[in-house]
Every structure is written in C-alpha cells, then in structure tokens.
Design a protein around this ligand. Structure first.
Ligand code: GLA
Length: 380
C-alpha cells in the first residue's frame, strides 16, 4: 500500500506514475556476488514506493518523505554529495549521461518500509526505481538486465563497489521464489521456496551499517590479493570464482592468513548456495537451517563482517526450539538477521530475545514474517 507520507504528493500531482520496488532478501550466498560466485536472493514484502511526474524544467525535484527533506538536482552534471541520500539520484543522472540515454526533468517523491542501512538494499531500491521511471518516461526500452547493470554502475559512483545481486533481484524476482543467480553469467534459475521448509523471518537490529563502505571495499581488496597470488602461481584467474578448493589450499603460505580465511569463506559460501537450493527442493528444513548457521559462522569468524548485536540475535534465535537456523543478511556490520523457523502453525514469539537484546544494547529489536515478493512494477 502506498505510504501515507506520499498521499499529499499524489493528490497534488494526480498524473504521477507510481512504482513499487521490493527490498532484497538473500537466503544464502553473502559476499559472493562481486567474486562472480552464486547467490540465492529473493524479493521481500518490504518495499520502496516512488511517485514521479515529468516536468519541463531541466532538474529533478526530489522529496525523501522518510527524512522530510526536498532536494533539487540539475539533470546535467549534478553534484554527488557522498554523505547524503541524494547521491543515488545524482549518480543515476551521471550514469545515464555516460550511456547517452536521454533524460527529462522530474518531480519525484519516495518512501517505504525497507530498513535504511539494514542489509536489504534500500539504496538499490531507489536507484533501480529511478532507472525504471526514466526507462518508461523516455521510452528507452532498456531490458531488465541492462537496467540492473546501470543501477550497479550508479551505485559504484557513490563509492561502494558492490556486486549485482541486489539490483538483479529487484528487477527479476518472482513471487514465492528465490533466484539461483550465477553472478558471472548473470543467468538465474527460479528456486521455489516450499512452505513445508518453514517460515522465514527478518529481524532488524536497528544498527545502521554506516561503516560498511570502507570495510566492504577492503574485503574486495583482500580477496583480490589472493587472486593475484593465484595468478603468480600460474593459475588463470580473474576472480575467486576461478579457484578450486585445492588451488586455494596450495596458496595458504603465499598470502596473509586473514586474506586466506576470507577467500576460504567465499569458496565455502558458494558451495552452500547450491546446497541450499537442493535442500529447498527436497523440503529439507534441517539442512537449510544448518547451512544458515554455517554461513553466519563464516561471515563472523572468517569474512569478519558481523557485529556483536547481530551475533547476539543469531545465538539467541538458535537456542529456540523449532528454530532451524539463522544468519546475518546483507553486507553486515549491522542491519538484519534472517531466520528459518520450522512451522508448527503457532504464532512465533520472539519477545524474550527482544528483551535480552534491549537490556544488552539498549536498542529495539523488530521482526516480521517474510513473504517472497515480486520484482519492481509500475502500479499506478
Ligand atoms: C551488499 C551489496 C551486494 C552484496 C551484499 C553482500 O548488499 O550491494 O552486492 O555484495 O552486500 O552479499
């Protein structure tokens, strides 16, 4: 449903187009996309909504309802303010110009319930949404995969060298399904998520992952050093995707132990993606839960992108009877936790965890049951 905060804008511009973009969840395959590995994401039931109307002025007038703030950007060569939400819109304008795609002036308002800095990629939702608005308004006729690439390129202009999982998912997801995506070929296969596997929940730690940018790029660099060591040893490789487990083991003494551990995590996580797809197809909730637990341990100890708040939530969840498994989701250093609960038809109660969490970190823990949503769509 259109957020109430956008109703005034809608009433003052009855011809504005309405777009809904889903937040991304990821069942497994964390920090593997930019190593050209595999991921298993889906669209969530949390969305960003954009209202957009073309204008005759050579500028974008943007209103971020969540911040109650309006910004005007010239459509030509706008400043990318790296510390401000408008950077995604400015970056889109630069990307579009670099590809010689025509733009027009726009009045745009947006809001939604995807947690900000929460591991569900509210930033990609905005970037993908703006590109879809333009694609239609300017009749570009650019297909979804190319839009996903343009969205990733735009986000790179804001300084985070992320992969393509989020944008691809938002542009391709189908209801009730996850996407087994090969991030090298960019070919995906739909994987049904059967109800008998259990119920999926998201827990929002309320910790916004502000520090993630540099740490994220550091992880890229660490794995890049391992690939370079492989190349020096005569292996043909451009990404960790090209390394076999044995090849990597042979490099252990050639690279720093921290870099080695990170590379091992990526290779293991890639294997877990395929195992999770098989577990879902077999309706095996126990196996699916184990894979989540293994993934979290690797993200915490080897890739080192978790944080004490996320660890507490995962640890307490895993003590609950009927809880198959849980792990941090998204880039890390805060954000959200994904959990799989074996379904017994009863409404799950997590309030005791919220109590412990509140007492330890003086923060509120919120959660909701996931429905696997659909790709971006114009809904009005
Ligand atoms: C962020 C990035 C994605 C992916 C995840 C971690 O969401 O945008 O490309 O790397 O982190 O899996």
């Amino acid at each position: 449903m259109l957020p109430r905060s956008l109703i005034d804008f809608q009433q003052s511009r009855p011809h504005a187009r309405i777009w809904r973009v889903p937040g991304r969840i990821n069942l497994i395959g964390e920090h593997t996309d930019y190593h050209e590995g595999w991921v298993l994401p889906a669209a969530s039931n949390r969305d960003m909504w954009l209202l957009a109307e073309a204008s005759v002025f050579p500028e974008w007038r943007l209103y971020a309802a969540r911040y109650g703030e309006a910004v005007t950007l010239p459509t030509e060569d706008p400043l990318i303010r790296l510390d401000h939400w408008s950077r995604y819109a400015a970056a889109v304008l630069h990307t579009v110009a670099a590809h010689n795609l025509p733009v027009c002036g726009m009045d745009i308002a947006f809001d939604g319930d995807i947690p900000i800095g929460g591991g569900m990629s509210s930033s990609s939702a905005l970037t993908c949404g703006l590109l879809c608005v333009l694609n239609e308004a300017m009749s570009w006729d650019v297909p979804p995969l190319q839009l996903a690439r343009l969205a990733r390129e735009s986000e790179h202009r804001t300084g985070v060298l992320g992969g393509i999982m989020d944008q691809y998912t938002m542009l391709h997801a189908k209801a009730g399904q996850a996407l087994l995506l090969d991030c090298r070929t960019l070919v995906s296969e739909a994987v049904a998520v059967p109800a008998e596997v259990g119920e999926w929940y998201i827990f929002d730690s309320g910790v916004s992952h502000d520090l993630v940018h540099s740490a994220y790029n550091d992880r890229r660099a660490a794995c890049g050093r391992v690939v370079e060591a492989a190349v020096r040893a005569g292996v043909e490789a451009t990404h960790l995707r090209d390394l076999e487990v044995d090849t990597l083991a042979g490099l252990q003494t050639e690279v720093q132990s921290g870099d080695y551990a990170k590379a091992c995590f990526v290779l293991e996580e890639n294997r877990r993606v395929h195992r999770m797809a098989a577990a879902l197809s077999a309706g095996d909730d126990v196996r699916a839960g184990q894979l989540l637990i293994e993934s979290h341990a690797g993200l915490r100890d080897d890739y080192r992108v978790s944080c004490p708040e996320l660890d507490l939530i995962v640890d307490r969840l895993c003590e609950m009877p009927g809880l198959a498994g849980a792990r941090m989701m998204g880039a890390g250093f805060g954000g959200t936790v994904l959990a799989l609960l074996q379904s017994d038809g009863e409404e799950a109660d997590f309030s005791h965890i919220a109590k412990i969490y509140g007492a330890t970190y003086d923060r509120e823990l919120t959660w909701w049951k996931v429905r696997f949503g659909q790709a971006v769509a114009r809904v009005g």
